[in-house]
Design a protein around this ligand. Structure first.
Ligand code: FE2
Ligand code: FE2
Length: 490
């Protein structure tokens, strides 16, 4: 009995944890909601109106149409909910894309009926959705698109429908994980090949009669042309994915990796005009990546986000300590803590401007304000107190918002620990390093900076541990190995 209650308590705990949203979903305007709702209504109508096309309209027919209509409408609502749960930063344009793809597919089903293979109409959109919105949204979309047919489902080959469902699920799962365009190309070749082989194996022999040779060739010819059409549509979709990315602001893994390229003009500018900030950025990338790996977060997202988090410093690199060569500090020259605080805040505001100009996707741009949160600019606040200036504490705090995701919270912690870890003596012990890390992390926690990030206590502990591991690596690199004359081994 005791065992059962403990198990139930555990189950309840895991259920509650799984229900905690990782991030508050983005608000959608009323007009956008209305447009999305109208499209859902159109989808429901075109998916169910054929039920009413009977010579005698009886009440039972109207009832079954009513049920079919609401079934599709509720499915659309469910799809939107799933997409918002999986991508809290999803915007109305992206929801419109998912819903419009469903509308197009339902319209094609109406126009072409069963003359076009379900493979060619369901698999390619699944690839777009899995790439831009993730596997779960794609799977939800696939299940609705495969189950709702305007015409009687008895006319469709059940085995073909099953093959379509399997291929779409494979594309949805792999599409959400694929990290390069080359892998996408492989997918667009192997999925149609797999579909061709399975169809030939399961349907080809069914439909053809060995007695009638002509029928055998027609059946297999159709299977071949269906798979070829699927391959062509998938290749076209891959060609158009970059256009979808820029129109709908999709953030695919391939786009993330492209943005993380250090040859990108903005990152090149950072390395030339603000070399200190660039070095700081690289070290933070290492810290944040390790911590994200440890807690199972999105590594590609944090790698790219940390590269761009301080691009705003390009507006005035010399005002930031890491870019000063030690000769003069412009903050000492102006000797005005309030002005200095404005300059620090400007690196966030200017960073957001750079993000807009360079069309950085929203999840990446979010790293710019959230890595500073509403942190206190302690040094200048202290100076203002010393000078007995008239000020509010908020004048010496960043404008925020505080980190809204685990990844941006990790970046804030890495940003805070980087300078302290770099300045540590190489002879310092692991305990001393961990103490320094804990002090910085705890101060941000007490300040309420991690309140919206949904990081658990266990995850914060793992983050501290991973920062320590990175520091040990850095220390290891900095240790000078004793060299022996004529040493030929290494
Ligand atoms: Fe910063
Ligand atoms: Fe930074």
């Amino acid at each position: 009995m005791h065992n059962l209650t403990t198990k139930l308590k555990k189950l309840n705990y895991f259920w509650k944890r799984s229900q905690v949203p990782t991030q508050e979903p983005v608000e959608i305007s009323i007009i956008d909601k209305l447009i999305i709702f109208l499209i859902c209504i159109v989808i429901s109508i075109i998916s169910s109106y054929k039920l009413l096309l009977v010579p005698f309209l009886q009440s039972s027919v109207v009832v079954s149409w009513f049920i079919a209509f609401f079934e599709i409408l509720i499915s659309c609502g469910f799809l939107i909910l799933v997409s918002r749960k999986e991508n809290p930063t999803i915007n109305s344009r992206q929801i419109l894309l998912i819903i419009s793809l469903l509308l197009i597919v339902q319209a094609i089903k109406n126009i072409f009926r069963f003359t076009i293979s379900p493979l060619s109409i369901i698999v390619p959109p699944a690839l777009i959705i899995s790439q831009g919105m993730g596997t779960i949204t794609a799977l939800a979309w696939v299940s609705i698109a495969s189950l709702s047919w305007p015409d009687s489902i008895t006319e469709i080959n059940k085995t073909l429908l099953l093959i379509t469902l399997i291929c779409s699920c494979i594309v949805s799962v792999l599409g959400g994980k694929i990290r390069s365009r080359a892998q996408l190309l492989q997918l667009s070749i192997f999925v149609p090949l797999g579909a061709l082989f399975t169809q030939w194996l399961l349907i080809g022999d069914d439909q053809s009669s060995l007695v009638n040779n002509q029928e055998y060739f027609i059946s297999n010819g159709k299977i071949f042309s269906d798979s070829l059409l699927l391959a062509i549509i998938m290749l076209i979709v891959i060609l158009f994915i970059p256009i979808f990315e820029s129109i709908f602001g999709l953030l695919t893994k391939a786009r993330l990796l492209e943005l993380a390229d250090k040859e990108k003009p903005l990152i090149r500018r950072l390395s030339i005009e603000a070399p200190g900030t660039f070095e700081h950025t690289l070290l933070i990338c290492g810290l944040a990546e390790e911590a994200t790996r440890m807690i199972g977060g999105d590594i590609d997202l944090i790698k790219t986000g940390s590269l761009y988090h301080d691009v705003g410093k390009l507006h005035a690199p010399n005002w930031f300590i890491e870019n000063q060569d030690g000769s003069k500090n412009p903050h000492d020259e102006i000797d005005d803590p309030l002005k200095s605080a404005e300059i620090l805040q400007a690196h966030v505001d200017e960073g957001l401007k750079f993000a807009r100009k360079n069309r950085l996707p929203k999840p990446i741009a979010n790293f710019i304000p959230e890595h500073q949160g509403t942190l206190k600019m302690g040094y200048f606040l202290h100076k203002a107190e010393e000078k007995k200036l008239n000020f509010k504490e908020s004048d010496f705090r960043y404008k925020g918002p505080i980190p809204q995701s685990k990844e941006t919270a990790i970046l804030m912690l890495a940003d805070g620990c980087e300078a302290a870890l770099r300045a540590m003596d190489i002879k310092a012990s692991d305990n001393e390093a961990l103490e320094t890390i804990s002090k910085i992390v705890n101060s941000r926690q007490i300040d309420g900076q991690l309140d919206d990030s949904n990081l658990s206590k266990g995850e914060i502990f793992l983050i501290k541990k991973s920062f320590l591991n990175v520091w040990k690596r850095i220390r290891h690199r900095r240790i000078q190995y004793p060299t022996i004359k004529n040493n030929t081994f290494s």
